[in-house]
Design a protein around this ligand. Sequence first.
Ligand SMILES: [Zn+2]
Length: 682
Amino acid sequence: MRLFLGLIIIVMMFSNCDTPHKQSAIQKSVISESVINQTIGTIRNNHPNADAIRIEKGVKHVASLWWPEDGDEETFKNFCIERFIADDAQLKEFFERVSMHLETLFGHLNLMALHLQKPIHLKFGEVLPIDVAFGGYNAGAHLMEDLYSNKIAFYIALNFPYYSLNEKELSGQNWSREQWAYARLGDVFTSRVPAAILQNYSQISTASELYISQYNIKAGKLLTDDGRTIFPDDMSLLAHWNLRDELKANYPEGEQGLEKQKMIYEVMKHIIRQTIPADVINNPNYQWAPFTNSVYKNGETVNLQSEPDTRYQKIIDNFNALRQMDAYTPLDTYIRRNFEGSMEIAQPEVEALFIEYLSSSLLKEVGSLISERLGRPLQPFDIWYDGFKARSSINEEVLSEQTRRLYPDAEAYEKDIANLLVKLGYEKERANYLAERITVEPARGSGHAWGAAMRGMQSYLRTRVPDNGMDYKGYNIAMHELGHNVEQTISLYDLDYYMMSGVPNTAFTEALAFIFQKRDLNLLGIGGTNPQEEALRSLDLIWATYEVMGVSLLDMRVWKWLYENPKATANQLKYKTIELANEIWNDFYAPVYGINDEPILAIYSHMISYPLYLSAYAYGNVIEFQLEEFLRNRAFANEVDRVFSLGRLTPNHWMQQAVGSNIDIQPLLNAGAKALPEVKSN
Ligand SMILES: [Zn+2]
């Protein structure tokens, strides 16, 4: 996990969307076409040698952001004429100053948030209610508003116009680093969503998260048809994450495991269809037999109401809240803002890549292999088959003894970072440089990496360190977070322009985090213990990608349908979601599973609380694999340094410059084809 994503997230945090707003709706721009044209004409006359397109783009950009409260048309016109910078050298100087000031603002706000959240994130004694209040306070919440009212935003927007993703994709290849940095500054002031709309979304989003965070299934209270309980009495499973993880954990358990898996899937279907009795959610006072859908209290049958489609109402609430922003950005749907805006890959491109992958004939072969290994026909929930994990033959407790000895506290791990980096291939001096910029602290939760947002600031690695030292799980997570911290340090400190700092999107930093995490045993001096490790790993990634691309496709299709049917009720959305899930299943899973009409892809909680985020995971898998392939047989440290100092290009340009090809599923599929016979022959 990574808590802070450099500039890309900071900009989104404060501006929410990252593109200019369209001329429509309530607080709309008031500047007429004729005033815009007069302004452009005057500036062109004043600066006959200046780039005419830049003048036009800049003036139109400011006009799109200008509200009545900013002044009348005369004020607008004079502002543009006075503030336009025609001279290249002056523009460059202006750019450097702006970068410096934005680094000050973003960096210190980030540092403040880090400090205000310390009692929540670190082992700090009890969390007081006042800590929660400060932790939830965002000191930068009004930053964007302020920068518009003092007209700094307009000054920058006029001189650094916004380029759409399409423009970046088409022209970016020929841009200098400076032109890229200018374009990134042009991304900062692009949309101006009224505060009331942002606040409303924030409330709706929090309510959805709360709904999901309390959706616990009391597994210990589930009954088989013949009245047996089969899970530990106090077991409580959060939907869908813990339900899925428990399902995965039961693969080695034979017939008993299968019985539990089938019951979990039955529960999932009740959640999807909303036939789950509302009062059994997060409530240990009833016993529930999901196969007959009957409920008991103290041995007596009771009749409970089903959940009233709340799951789908939450999606509609999110849709309505996000749709209100459409009028204030040129990316005029949330679908476009999520894909073209945040991920910087257009939605049709994403969908096409997923369909190409899901249609691969290799999946059928992997499916047969799984069925063979399980000794039974595939079940729908085998989308989570967990048997390709190359588990170490070394007992985890033995590993923990070693890590506890090496790392009795967080400080010991921090001191060892340079040494770990040397083992990964870094020169001593460079390893020290990176290590000096990373601080390790004992986490309250499972751990995360908090990146710096200005030079001079540390990145923070937080992992669990119990009083008797860091166990293997803590160490394994620490290695993941270290990958993030190294990326965070390179992509801030080793960049030519602050405006370029960071990575194209979250998938890219996760890729390095997983690459570090995978090397954890090697770094403990334990070599590969399973000769099939690599082949198993490829098959595992192929199967996991198969699953997540299906759920991502459903997420996208649900949102497309919502935009076509904006007045849909929760009940209509429920039936449509199930229909779409079945359709995707029948197209891409039924040929492998031999079963039709399974709604399992609709169970993901992300669809409720993090709309359209799932596709980022699928891309993460693809990018991680391509990057790992590229690093193989190359100088690891040099290449990691080189690719992560590319900064925030668009994903496709980044991949081109990093590994010499676009984002591509073929390397993963090729590795799978190579791995199949190796694993089969065993
Ligand atoms: Zn991570």
